[in-house]
Ligand binder design. Structure first.
Ligand SMILES: [Zn+2]
Length: 270
């Protein structure tokens, strides 16, 4: 029974303070179990954020997340999700939308959250550094996308999720909702970039190319089979690119290879 998540969850806000002394770049560290204490989770999130900003964004050629990012870590396995990047403290959401967004995430007892407006949530009771980093890199990839596209795009991204929740649909939608395109482009990038960053650090990562309707394997195929770089794909994800069709067309107009790019999208049903 959920009474009030804040009574049970540990939380903290991180305003990015830099890396602690820890050899997180050693891949064997990824199998290490997190200690059952909150400082272990927080230092992992803090270090991961530092690595993402200082190493992964430059090496992959993508924008840095906003510097004042507010990350909220909740130790709660019951919420049913691994993370979320609503960028709340940058968006001026209508209170009704904000409350419905919280409800769509399975959060109640929202007074504190609405006051603090975290940008990124990290939720479950993670038992390994690897899982924590994987979730963190997915969510920070959203934050980088937000840096590029700005508030109007992200407002539609969040609103699309809320609309799907209110309609009783999967919060990602199915590609037919009028705001699903924002979600599809955003999540395709989140799943692909989160995987790429995890692989860069640990040598491997979980990745389902056919996941959900937006099929993140499209981006992996463009990189691994046709030599596109993450930076090239990210450069095409401008604020006007709010559908798979528009992303495909922008990639082709910027870089060519129309036959190959069209073929990849078609292979995944687009
Ligand atoms: Zn996501």
């Amino acid at each position: 029974m959920r009474i009030n998540i804040l009574f049970f969850a540990f939380f903290v806000l991180l305003a990015f303070v830099g890396c602690e002394q820890e050899d997180v770049l050693n891949p064997t560290k990824g199998t290490e179990q997190l200690s059952d204490n909150n400082s272990s989770l927080l230092s992992t999130i803090n270090n991961g954020t530092y690595i993402f900003r200082s190493q992964l964004c430059p090496s992959n050629g993508i924008s840095l997340p906003p510097s004042g990012l507010r990350i909220l870590a909740l130790r709660d396995n019951s919420v049913g999700w691994g993370g979320s990047a609503p960028m709340l403290h940058y968006l001026s959401l209508d209170p009704v939308i904000l409350i419905n967004l919280m409800l769509s995430m399975g959060l109640s007892g929202t007074t504190f959250l609405i006051t603090v407006l975290p940008d990124v949530f990290i939720a479950p009771e993670f038992s390994s550094k690897f899982d924590t980093y994987s979730t963190l890199f997915h969510e920070l990839s959203h934050a980088s996308h937000y840096s590029k596209v700005g508030n109007p795009y992200w407002f539609n991204f969040v609103n699309g999720i809320v609309n799907n929740y209110l309609a009783g649909n999967d919060t990602y939608g199915d590609g037919t909702g009028n705001l699903d395109g924002f979600i599809g482009v955003g999540e395709m990038w989140g799943y692909y970039s989160g995987y790429k960053c995890t692989k860069d650090i640990f040598g491997w990562g979980y990745f389902d190319p056919y996941y959900s309707w937006f099929k993140p394997g499209i981006l992996d195929r463009l990189v691994s089979s046709y030599g596109f770089t993450p930076a090239q794909i990210f450069a095409c994800q401008t604020s006007d690119v709010n559908s798979h069709e528009k992303l495909k067309n922008k990639i082709i107009s910027n870089y060519g290879y129309a036959t190959q790019v069209t073929g990849v999208f078609e292979d995944y049903g687009f």
